[in-house]
Structures are given as C-alpha cells and as structure tokens.
Write a protein of this length. Structure first.
Length: 120
C-alpha cells in the first residue's frame, strides 16, 4: 500500500509561531517523560505499553493547561513515535546489530509533530 505525503512550507506570523513552538515543547516534554517512564519500568522489569501511556493523557491534561491546548491525536502520535523507537532499538539488539538506546530530546532535537487525521 502506497502512502501519499504532502509537505508544505509555512510562513507563520508571530502568534502562530508561538503556538507551533508551544506544541513542539509539549510534544518533546511528553516524549521525554514517556521515555523516562519506560526506563524506570525496565529497571523494575515491568512492561509499559503505549496504550497504558496514552490512557494517562486525560489525567495529564487536567493537571497541565498547556498540554490541554494540544490536540489529543498529536499527543498520542508522540507516544506512538516513542514506542516505535523503543521497539526498533530492541529489534536491533535481538538481531545483534549496533543499537543506540533511545535518547532524551533537547529543544533542538525534536522538530516535528503530526496530525494523523487532518480534518482542517
């Protein structure tokens, strides 16, 4: 099955740029928090599934108003991205390939987010 992707160059004004930056910051923080949760669970030898992490999102949104301003599907896709990275790491380990553990993302290392369903 072929997937068609469109890329558009944005020229946002200041207010839009601030909103996009805030969304990226929330996604990066969620990615890092999810990675930290997985590392701690791995040390305790308890599994963490992506759906377990997604089920925590409503509680996080109640506590953090900046997270509540981001569409749920964007946040879910961030956790899916982390899950895909984690699975790829362990797949490389099992195949005996060189595998770098997933890294925490700094401000300039997390530069995209996705709207899986675009009804805009």
């Amino acid at each position: 099955m072929a997937r068609k992707t469109f890329k558009f160059r944005l020229y946002p004004n200041r207010q839009q740029r601030e909103k996009l930056t805030a969304t990226l910051d929330v996604c990066r923080e969620l990615y890092n928090a999810g990675l930290q949760e997985r590392i701690e669970a791995c040390k305790k030898r308890t599994p963490v599934r992506v759906f377990d992490q997604m089920n925590q999102l409503p509680d996080i949104k109640e506590i953090r108003p900046d997270v509540a301003g981001v569409f749920s599907q964007v946040l879910q896709d961030t956790l899916r991205r982390l899950d895909k990275t984690y699975k790829a790491f362990f797949g490389r380990v099992q195949r005996g390939q060189q595998a770098g553990f997933p890294r925490f993302k700094g401000g300039h290392r997390y530069a995209s987010f996705t709207y899986p369903q675009s009804g805009f």
